[in-house]
Design a binder for this molecule. Structure first.
Ligand SMILES: [Zn+2]
Length: 130
């Protein structure tokens, strides 16, 4: 699913992927694969945003986040997907849905912490000799 994300960020991407699949199957009728190319590109975009999220592994639910890091087009696309798939998640992917609900209730600082994005942390742990 993801080559870069770990922990809660990987779970978050898995949740978005599950929502996109529910939506795509009904609205885009992808041929053979789980997602059409448009939705695959959107998922790739979501992965990059998660990797760069300044809250890192303590990120709030996107709905509550003060930052709004998506550009207008992917933001509109993901909102369509969440509006359709959100209410369906509890039945189709109960574990992911419950994790998301728990995250939605977790408090978070109004200002993101410094240097906590996963991309930054990865840059600190990567072996510079490589
Ligand atoms: Zn699609």
């Amino acid at each position: 699913m993801t080559a870069v994300l770990t922990g809660e960020l990987a779970t978050e991407l898995a949740t978005i992927a599950a929502m996109a699949e529910l939506y795509c199957r009904v609205h885009h009728h992808p041929n053979g694969s789980a997602l059409c190319q448009e939705c695959q590109a959107l998922l790739k975009y979501a992965e990059t945003r998660l990797d760069r999220c300044p809250y890192g592994h303590n990120k709030p639910a996107c709905r509550h986040c003060p930052i709004h890091c998506y550009k207008p087009d992917p933001k509109a696309a993901i909102q369509h997907i969440m509006r359709y798939s959100g209410p369906r998640m509890l039945l189709r992917h109960p574990l992911l849905a419950l994790r998301h609900l728990r995250r939605e209730r977790r408090p978070f600082p109004a200002q993101p912490p410094r240097n906590q994005s996963q991309r930054y942390l990865r840059s600190q742990t990567d072996d510079p000799a490589k």
